[in-house]
Design a binder for this molecule. Structure first.
Ligand code: G6P
Length: 608
């Protein structure tokens, strides 16, 4: 969703801001803008559409400045118009904002009475006017910001510049991530490390309620009580290569192909040292031993990872496990069992609904929380007692791929650790699980080798308007994930059902025009799935079956089969994710959609 970048330097910052905004494009946005302090003037350019259009406009205006802020906006308050795009300006103060100000209407009324006029429908414009109001009262830029944020309820990451103080920039964080990048004689602010990684790797993650002041050569951070504080400097491990496309056509394709590496990195510690509770934090052993069940909360693809984990946790760790969509859980009078571990799953670590569900669970009395996340220092892991970072590396494609399979790898490790701590797993079983994990990256690579065959199938899917995905047991969530991937990026309407449920409704949809994808690995449910497939064939439906090398299956009229390598046992859902990702990708490619930035979607969903 929205993205922030700001820079103060002894060189022209316009290229830094533009490059930063381009690196934030993946988050999803619909307008972009920059404001720079040029001499004693604030100059601004904003455009709806792509950053490239805004860049061209800035080029024509001949922008050149040593201080400025930039923003990509994903519309919430007010439509997609230039007037609503950030930065917003009030009497020489320019600012960019991520988040939502809940009391903006009340502030707007108050500011109107003070004589301020509004040019946009955004909640953000009230912050610009409030800043000016406090500057007019004699506060300097930092003090004005510290006064302003105390008037705001809601969530914000803010970066502010003023023509009256061309030697500094100020920023603030509450509920939305914001970090400071430390350069040599130059400093930066960004909502996401990828926006500034070309300039520096040294970063300070602001904490909730922090404000900060940046000059070219200094950074001062203040806590929520406006007290000067020291915050740790981190060396970011996000690599520039992970943000570049390389030889691939799309980030999604690149990220699908990065999965063997991403999974290998995520399971590395377990392969080296076995299934140890320390993977989830220093005091994980005591916590995980104490819990009597698991409640998983997540959204989107992460929710499907949670659904898969439920099968593992109940079958292997012998603990009750529920999974719920975070946006549902947070608004219902849920029955809380404080002995149950709350597990949030989020690739971004920022999803508002998941964050709010976590807070709600705590308010219901849950004391033990664990976050599985791909972005270090993001909000959800910071609010959790235990954390396991997946090591997928930066994921740029909006449709999640490697983040999903690494979440599954992390959840499997959690399952075995829980099983061990609760005495449900023998040494022999543990050794078997370790062996299966060891094979996993190689098996994923084999599944990737199916790409040419799957691309041929995709040609047949491209003209369709609907598709049905079926799976059973552990593979039902993978059918759901396959349908989600297809609709997200190819815009084909796709639904997934547990294959046994077919006859209770969706069978009415089946005809020769409806391709039916079946995930049918060689497990104990295979014969059941085969019967469900007969139900489809008998109604003229065409079947596209993903199965394993060792399953007894043959192609026949209307039944197409692609075989993944040998049956991967309990980790089979991870292997069977690869073909459904590739099918969605190649179908989207054949339909010519914007694979990495599908319409209306965003990578980090920081609104309700
Ligand atoms: C968005 C993304 C999805 C993601 C979902 C949950 O919709 O486009 O790919 O699955 O949010 O995000 P999270 O970061 O919490 O996993």
């Amino acid at each position: 969703m929205c993205g922030i970048v700001g820079a103060i330097a002894d060189r022209d910052v316009v290229p830094v801001l533009i490059e930063g905004l381009k690196r934030l494009e993946y988050r999803g946005y619909d307008s972009a803008g920059i404001a720079v302090i040029d001499g004693r003037d604030v100059r601004r350019v904003r455009r709806t559409g792509r950053v490239a259009e805004m860049e061209a406009a800035a080029g024509q205006e001949g922008f050149n400045a040593r201080l400025g802020v930039g923003h990509t906006r994903w519309a919430t308050h007010g439509g997609v118009t230039e007037a609503n795009a950030h930065p917003h300006i009030s009497h020489g103060v320019a600012l960019v904002h991520n988040g939502i100000i809940e009391n903006h209407e009340e502030q707007r009324e108050r500011l109107r009475q003070l004589g301020y006029e509004f040019e946009s429908q955004t909640d953000t414009e009230v912050i610009a006017h409030l800043m000016h109001h406090y500057l007019k009262q004699g506060n300097d830029l930092l003090a004005a910001l510290q006064r302003t944020v105390k008037e705001l309820t809601g969530a914000y990451a803010l970066a502010v510049v003023s023509r009256a103080e061309p030697e500094r920039m100020v920023c603030a964080r509450m509920g939305c991530p914001l970090l400071i990048g430390l350069g040599e004689g130059e400093n930066f602010v960004a909502s996401d490390v990828s926006a500034i990684i070309q300039a520096t790797r040294q970063v300070i993650f602001l904490e909730e309620g922090d404000t900060a002041e940046l000059t070219r050569t200094s950074v001062r951070v203040f806590d929520g009580d406006d007290q000067l504080v020291q915050r740790e400097v981190h060396l970011s491990d996000v690599s520039l290569a992970s943000l570049e496309l390389g030889p691939y056509r799309h980030f999604m394709q690149k990220e699908i192909h990065e999965q063997p590496r991403a999974i290998a990195d995520t399971i590395e510690a377990t392969i080296d040292g076995g299934f140890l509770p320390t993977l989830f934090g220093a005091n994980a052993e005591a916590v995980l031993k104490d819990v009597e069940g698991v409640q998983i909360l997540a959204c989107g693809t992460s929710y499907y990872a949670g659904m898969t984990a439920r099968y593992w946790i109940e079958a292997i760790a012998g603990l009750p496990c529920s999974v719920e969509i975070a946006s549902e859980y947070r608004y219902r009078a849920a029955y809380a069992n404080p002995k149950h571990l709350i597990v949030t799953i989020s690739q971004s670590g920022e999803t508002l609904d998941t964050m709010e569900a976590l807070k709600y669970a705590k308010s219901l009395g849950h004391q033990h929380t664990l976050s599985i996340c791909n972005v270090p220092e993001s909000a959800i892991p910071r609010a959790s007692e235990l954390v396991c970072y997946t090591r997928a590396g930066a994921e740029i494609g909006v449709a999640s791929t490697k983040a999903f399979t690494t979440q599954l790898a992390a959840l499997f490790q959690l399952t075995v650790v829980l099983g061990k701590l609760h005495g449900r797993i023998s040494e022999e079983e543990e050794a078997g699980y370790l062996e299966e994990l060891r094979f996993l990256p190689g098996s994923v690579q084999h599944a990737l080798n199916l790409e040419p065959q799957i691309a041929l199938w995709a040609e047949r899917f491209a003209p369709k308007s609907d598709a049905l995905f079926l799976g059973r047991g552990l593979h039902y969530p993978i059918a759901l994930e396959g349908a989600l991937k297809l609709k997200e990026i190819s815009y084909i309407h796709a639904e997934a059902y547990p294959a046994g449920e077919l006859k209770h409704g969706p069978l009415a949809l089946v005809d020769a025009d409806m391709p039916v994808v079946v995930i049918a690995p060689n497990d104990k449910l295979l014969e059941k799935v085969k019967s469900n497939m007969q139900e489809v064939r008998a109604r003229g439906g065409e079947l596209f079956v993903f199965t394993d090398q060792d399953s007894n299956f043959s192609e026949s009229e209307g039944v197409h089969v692609i075989r993944t390598p040998r049956h991967a046992g309990v980790l089979s859902p991870i292997i069977h994710t690869i073909p459904v990702q590739l099918l969605a990708y190649h179908t989207a490619l054949a339909r010519g959609t914007d694979v990495d930035k599908p319409r209306n979607l965003a990578k980090s969903v920081t609104v309700e």
